[in-house]
Design a protein around this ligand. Sequence first.
Ligand code: CA
Length: 360
Amino acid sequence: MKTTRRSFLTAGAAAGALGFPMIAKAQSPITWKMTSAYPKGSPFYMDGPGSATDLAKRIEAMSGGRLKIQVYGAGELIPALEGFDAVRAGTVEMNHANSYFWTGKTFAAQYFTAVPFGLNFQGINGWFYDGGGIQLWNEVYAPFGMVAMPCGNTGVQMTGWFKKEINSVADFKGLKMRIPGLAGKVYATLGVDVKLLPGGEIFPALERGVIDAAEFVGPYQDRRLGLQKAAKYYYTTGWHEPATVSELLINKAAWQKLPKDLQAVVENAAAACNVISEGWCQKTNAEAMEDLVKNHGVIARPLPDDVIKALREQTAKVLAEAVAKDPIVKKVNDSYMAYKAKFDAWSKFSETPYHTKIQA
Ligand code: CA
């Protein structure tokens, strides 16, 4: 007998009466809310390949419409940096941001966004997917009732924009710089007057001389803010953010209620966005960097070796202090650094000679 829609639904109702889950009920879509730390329209974070809206589209397509994600930019449902509390409380099921915004809740969160002089895009993914990184991320968030996974990456960022040349460590003394997070703490040890400004306030502050230097992301995003009109020295490379990870933060109770196949959909969509967003950054940054140097008079150069040496030493000191204060930071740090030692040794045989040959 041919199964008609009517007989199918009747069978479902009968199964429901017998205590089996009703098919019609199982197929009704689940709708989740996802907030972001970035405003609507932000390239990379909210719009474009691998962004929050792209992630939501992929989840809906891969689940055949069974899981729908409503995406909210910063300020639409909650303020920019309240995603941690909102997901923890279950007000929203998901938040799309960077874990280093939550270092005030738990310092270990820093390791899942970026560690100065840490792992690059290839390295961080090796640690996340195969080196226990995601498990540790979930362990750090277990007391808060949340789980997390990577869902995007900017690739390597840039040191930033400086009004004056940097020739030595002494040039940092008294320099007013916009720089968030752990890198800010490191710069502070060199005498930098660290300023925390949201993205939109960087250009006016740099142009008016309220600050002397600023870091934001990389060539594409920085050019969009117009930073090249306010400073000409653009230092490389992103020692402070070698591969900045976007975080998909999920309420654990909601996650555990999600059927296993939909969990797999979320995990695979997030992994896809992780790769796709980084690819997009590489392409757009390559174009923007060329434009900045050729058409905007930007002077791009690496920081002097002694400056890099000092930043490296200070980073080690700042991390050692954090490790000494908290056992979970020590656990995450030990895993990250052990993996990095292996990755760096392998890179010496693999990537490093390859790049040297290309330049020769
Ligand atoms: Ca940055």
